[in-house]
Design a protein around this ligand. Structure first.
Ligand SMILES: [Zn+2]
Length: 83
């Protein structure tokens, strides 16, 4: 199935979210929203920049793979494949 096509009748569009770390707005694309909705996940709370910094800070910490921000990163990876 080709998931790059948005389902007709569902009006998803890019959304602007505020990062809980730096307070800046970042884009949550409709593709990502679909991914999150499919998995009943909470919206991301940090912008890509802060997630990257957080990841660097925590690379030495093991067993933290349930972090919601990792989910956001995985969503972006998968969406790239669809496009
Ligand atoms: Zn941020």
């Amino acid at each position: 199935m080709d998931k790059s096509q948005a389902e007709p009748g569902i009006d998803f569009k890019d959304e602007s979210l505020i990062c809980c770390d730096c307070g800046e707005a970042f884009t949550w694309s409709y593709g990502e929203q679909l991914y999150y909705r499919d998995r009943s996940l909470s919206p991301p709370r940090r912008c890509p920049k802060c997630r990257e910094q957080r990841r660097k800070r925590t690379t030495h910490v093991q067993n933290q793979h349930t972090d919601i921000d990792d989910t956001f990163a995985r969503a972006r990876e998968e969406i790239k494949k669809w496009q």
